[in-house]
Structure formats: structure tokens, C-alpha cells
Design a protein around this ligand. Sequence first.
Ligand code: NOJ
Length: 658
Amino acid sequence: MKLIAGAISLALLSLSPTAFAKDIKVTSPDGGLQISLSTDKAGALKYSATKDGKTVLEPSRLGLEISGAPALEGAVKIKNVRRSTFDETWAPVWGEEDSIRNHYNELAVEYEQSGRKLGVVFRVFDDGFGFRYEFPRQSGLENFTITNELTEFAFPEAYRSWSIPAEKVNYYEGLYRELPLDSIGKASTPITIEGNGMVMALHEANLTDYAALNVEAQPGTHTLKAELTPWSTGELVFVTDTRVSPWRTLIVADSVPEMMLSRIMLNLNEPCAIENTEWIQPQRYIGVWWCYHKRTHTWGNGPKHGATTENVKRYMDFAARHGFGGVLVEGWNKDWWTYDFSFTEPYDDFDTDSICEYGRKLGVDFISHHETGSKVENYENQLDDAFKYCRDKGIRYVKTGYTTPLLDGKERHSSQFGVRHMRKVLETAAKYGVNIDNHEPVMPTGIQRTYPNLMTQEGVRGQEWDAWNKAGGNPPSHTVTIPFTRGLAGPMDFTPVTFDFENKILPDTRVNTTLAKQLALFLILYSPLQMASDMIENYERNPGPLVFVESCPTDWSKTLYPEAEIGKYITVARKDKNSDDWFVAGATGDDARTASFSLDFLDPDTVYTATIYRDGPDADWETNPYPVTIERKDVDSHTRLEIPIARSGGFAIRLMKK
Ligand code: NOJ
């Protein structure tokens, strides 16, 4: 990741404690967003926020309760205040754009409580802010345990919000609920919030050696309070080496597209820690995968084993013919029948060397799979060997998985235990030059800036639910809700592009979209490692629409949202990072509509050929999902396109200079 431009200015200001009768303020570089810090009558530390004079947050509590060291109690005394400005533009290794501006004003406050020195640092951007706690090591605060994080977000009203519950939903695979903010109970972040002309998203950045953030609505108020995922023993965070908390972040935008394009989460992560990043390459892939979820094959060996050398080579041939860079193979290793997995021993009918060699000749990666069954100890015992095996065989991508709700039968994925484990895997993978697709992860928080080998993650109710969910699969609105909610946390391995909607096992469960919407989702649901998930037989039967997927990149120089309404519809335009091509896609939820948008983002005075894949005559997700109309037309930057979209339908366009 290289720095494109940078300017840092630092102004130090030390204030005497008597200066703190008044609020300490910091504004965003454009002056619109303002954070004020104060102590209340009881000496509790509070912050509030306004945007263009409107209240974003009323005075909201900051602070921690701890054990393992003398308690932090009573009044807080502010000791020192430092301000600085930072402005740089950096280039992500991959992403939705090729450069990101990181421009903020910082306010760093040192305070004292119960005789110990603590800190809180705010970074205020034009489109939101983040803050974190600092715990300088000192006598009486060497190692300690956080038992309660007091952080609050006191919204002035019960704004509309979209969230998933923090309890009783495994792996964040829930349907986002639209609820007034005071009714969300305990919810995971990100939480998307709309009200008083503002569009906001509450989340966290750089979750390192800490527990994931959840928030709980406080009865009788519009306040959300931090509730970190605990260890099985009840503690929240053991503070040892890492002396800062993750950033608590709030995007504050004027519109939905502005919220979607906010990059404060990435900016609040550390720069890339990997020196040579040439091996970190985005790509589209297919997999020996949907056959398991549709139960035509088994992960474990036997007569219906999916991961046979022959079957994998068949998939590799298809990938090479159709422009896919890799084939994910699940079920290659022992032992799926007991879940006592080995990560270095293939089943007898899977010849790793022959497959890797075959793939190398075709230019197709074998994307390996480490399902752990959440047996962390078993995985960690083999971790170095597992990734050394990858390096020795030339395996550059691994999908990891944790499909049992408690790690080692005890700890939650989003606890500090889970966070530590997943980071260990990522760092080990980086050491051996392996890219990761992490399923059943901790909710992403922008770590991919630092470790871009963390290419994608699940943590979303993906397309697999359309194979086996007894309640019928993902409803039409789901896929036009997750871009605005889970999508804010980073790339999603949703695995779209199913072409066959029939379900022999559960006839009432299916992919609840049109086929054209499946194409659209490939572009809309951003992932640098993007999967077309169906079995190759189903693509072979319908090659026309697949051409869009075969041409669609997964790494971008620019992204725009010409149309967007949370839970209803979305239109995205992305420019390829490696050519002049633009790609545009749109999708609807429950209602049909006509997308209407200008192509004014195209280069001026240039004619482009648009290849449009859209819902065909009478297409409807419920009654007639398959028709796709493919048409070509010349367009330029003055063109306005009007494209009818069916219920739960979509369109996808490739625009090439003529
Ligand atoms: C759940 C994952 O999301 C899915 O992709 C995978 O096939 C199964 N676990 C088995 O590991």
C-alpha cells in the first residue's frame, strides 16, 4: 500500500484543568461535524456530536469498569489536550477504488481517574468520526480486565435503523430488521441509522486483541450502550499487550450513497503490514461447492464424494474456458465424517500434486478449504504445517470455516478469544503467502487494510440459505438490504450467481430472485474474491448470461451509487482497475421499478458499447425467474438509461469504449 500524498500538521495545546469548565471541541476538516467533550457534574466523561448544527448525539458516556487492578471510579480529571490534523491519500492493494483520502482532525485527551492516566482520542472526518481508548502502561494498570465498557451513543430520537440481533443469531447470518432505534434490543454492529436528514452507520474499526462491539438499547431512552461479547467466564477483555481499544465509529452522511462511500473504517486501520503484496490478487472463482448444499455430493469420502481428482479437473477445465481464476474445493481433506480435520492429509481419491500441477498449466488456482468445525485447538496445533503445506504445493487461497457456534465448545466467535485466533490464522497465512476467505468470522472491521490477504469474509446470511433454509430461503429484500448494512463492514463472500432455482429436497425453498438479479449481485455485493456459486452443469445449460460474469472484474478504480434506497433497490457503477471498462448493475427487492440514471460518469466525447443483461419479458422472481434479455447499444456520457426491473429482479451492464 503506498502513500500517494501526505501532509501532517500538529498543534500541541496543553490546557490547565481549570479550562475544562467549557466543552473541548473538535470539528471535521470541512467544519460540518463537531464533537464536544465534557465532564458532567458527577465528573463522568461525556461526548456529543452535531452535524451542520443538527444534533447527532446528545452527551454520551465514555469510560470503562475494570477488575484485576484497583477500580476506576469517581470523577474524571482532564489533564491534557492535543490537537492535530492529518491528510494523506493512500492506495489500497485491492478495493472499490484505487485511492482513498484519509483526512481528519484529531483530538487526543489525557485524563486521570482513580489516580491512573487514561486517554481518549477522537478522529473527525467530513463523513463521520471514530474514537478509541488508550491505556498507558503504569503502576496500578499493568495487566487488567475490562468488565464493562460504558461507551454510549445517545441519539436524540428513535430513528429508523437496520440491524441483526446479537443473540440467537449464529455467525451474523440473520435477516436485517428495520426497527426504531429504541427497539433493537442487543444488536451486532454495523447498525445503519436514518433520521433528521442524516444517514449513519455505527460500527468499529481495527478490532485487535479485544472483544467485538455489540450495542444494547437502553430502556426509556434512545441511547445505545456498548455490550462487548464476553468470554465464557464473563470477562470482556484481558488487557495485556495491546494498550488501545478498537475505534468506535459513526459514519454521518447526508445521503445513502455518501454513507456507502465512506472509508473511515479503513482509514482508522493501520497501513499495510505486508511488504511485497504481488501475491495478493483479486479474482473470480467457482467451486465444487453448491453440489454439497444441494446434497448431490458429500464432503466426506464415499460413493458421492465431490472432491475427487477427476471432478476437480473437470471444474478446472470449465474455469479455464470461462475466465475464472480458481476452483474452491471443499471436502478434499480428512476427516469430514468425524470433524477431526487434518489440514495436510487429502482423501485418497484427491491427488493434491496432480491437481495443483493441472491447475498451474491452465492458470487456475486450487482454492483450498480449512473447515475447522470450530475446533480451534486442533487447528492451531496444525496451523504452521497447514499453511506450509499450502506454500509447498503452490496453494495461494484458503477458505477457512468455523461451523459450530462455540469455539472449542466454549468461546464465542466474536469474543476476544475468537478475535485472537482469527488474527493468528491471518498472520500465519500471510507468512506463507496465502490469501484468506474467512467463513463464520468475527464481523469485519477493516483489518484488510493492514492484512490485504484477508480478501473476503462471510458473516452474512449468504446464498447457501437458498439451498437448505426450511423457511424458504432469503427473501427478495435481503440482497438489497445487506449492501447497506453488513456490506459497510467490508467484502462479503455471499456467493451469488445461481442459475438453477429448482430444489428437489426442499421444493418450497429456492433462490428468491430472477436470474438477471443473480448477475447483478456479482457486481453489487463487493468481494475481491468473488464466487459464482452454481454447479458447472447449470452454467453450461445457459451460457449467454454467464458471459457477463466471465467479463466482470473484482478490483476497481472507482465506485458510484447512482440510485439507492435501503431495503428497496440499489444501482452501482464501478470502473475496472485494469481497463477503461465500466460495469453497472441494479437490483430490486419486493417491488418492480424502472431504474433511471445518467451515464455522466463516462469519459466525455467518447462512445461506449453497452452490453445490457436485464430481466426478460414477463420475468418475475416468483413465477418466471429465468428470462434474460441481452442487448447492445451505443451510449455516451449524455445518455440516460431507463431499465425496467422485475420484482426481485435486476440488470447488469458492461460498458466498453468503442
Ligand atoms: C458453511 C459455509 O458458509 C459454507 O460455505 C461451507 O460449505 C460449509 N460451512 C462447510 O464448511
